[in-house]
Design a protein around this ligand. Structure first.
Ligand code: RIB
Length: 302
């Protein structure tokens, strides 16, 4: 069983020819209002990949919470521990350009109300996985991690979007997940040399934190360090339409694979396949693959 302790948003996705530069006004060619939030996306990705999933988070009493939760409910994610906040539902403004690249601004809103007290002891047993991102308050995530650690649960922390986090907080976790930009940002905070190679940075991060580390690299695949070994896996080649949520697809499928008893390297493979397949349609949740899709594409990873 996987419990996601994280954000739930509605995403306003603007289709644009290019990402606007500072001071530039652009006319969008399309607009979609879609469910999102890194927490919600990862919960759905894990559920689609076959895991039994609880979502712990908060939405506003503004009607948009139902939009944000619709996909999770349809996929059988347990949303009983999603609180109703007096703040507005978390909102993301997303521009997607002709190449499928994106830029995102998030207003946390109700996500600021999420509390570790919403976690139930039954969600944190020794065979449970707790997944977190960086879009709910850090103090609440730290308390959730502490509770999960005490209960013997496995903890997967996707440090997105990056913010300052103490080394001691990272040391309480089993799996850390970042993209290349977040790795650089985290490395600066931890005093890693900016000139180090990617490989050197990931290895040092794993040594410092005592965690297994995964770095997602988009079209370059992913790099992982686990029990002292380094694993470099290629991406599944696709022609991306929209890369929003690709990291969430990776994280959710990775956790679902661990939950299904798969070893670390195979979990990275599930993540690579899910991350690629998630780029084939507009929206973070619309193209999250199901377990069968992931399994069918695994053999295509070189
Ligand atoms: O990772 C993509 C997500 O980031 C979007 O769904 C948006 O809501 C932001 O949280």
């Amino acid at each position: 069983m996987i419990t996601v302790f994280g954000s739930i948003n509605v995403d306003y996705v603007f289709q644009v020819g290019s990402i606007p530069a500072p001071g530039e006004t652009l006319l969008a060619t399309d607009l979609a209002l879609l469910p999102g939030g890194k927490g919600g996306n990862q919960a759905l990705a894990a559920a689609r990949a076959g895991a039994s999933v609880n979502m712990v988070g908060a939405v506003g009493k503004d009607g948009r919470g139902d939009i944000a939760l619709a996909g999770l409910r349809a996929a059988g994610v347990n949303t009983d521990a999603v609180a109703a906040s007096d703040k507005p539902t978390g909102t993301a403004s997303i521009c997607v350009d002709a190449q499928g690249e994106n830029s995102i601004v998030v207003y946390a809103g109700a996500n600021e109300s999420v509390s570790h007290s919403q976690l139930d002891a039954a969600m944190l047993g020794a065979d449970a996985i707790l997944m977190l991102q960086m879009e709910v308050p850090l103090a609440q995530m730290s308390a959730a991690i502490k509770a999960a650690r005490a209960a013997g649960a496995t903890i997967v922390w996707n440090l997105a979007p990056m913010q300052a986090v103490a080394l001691e907080a990272l040391q309480g976790v089993d799996y850390l997940m970042v993209n290349a930009i977040e790795l650089d940002q985290l490395g600066q905070g931890l005093g890693l040399a900016a000139t180090d190679t990617l490989h050197a940075k990931v290895t040092r991060l794993a040594e410092l934190t005592h965690c297994s580390v995964v770095v997602t690299l988009g079209a370059e695949g992913s790099l992982g360090v686990h029990e002292g070994g380094v694993i470099n896996l290629p991406a599944l080649p696709v022609a991306p339409v929209d890369t929003v949520g690709a990291g969430d697809a990776f994280a959710g499928a990775f956790a679902a694979a661990l939950d299904a008893g798969q070893p670390f390297e195979q979990a990275m493979r599930w993540g690579n396949v899910a991350g690629a397949l998630a780029c084939l349609k507009t929206g973070a949740q619309s193209s999250l693959p199901r377990r069968q899709d992931i399994e069918e594409h695994l053999a295509k990873l070189l």
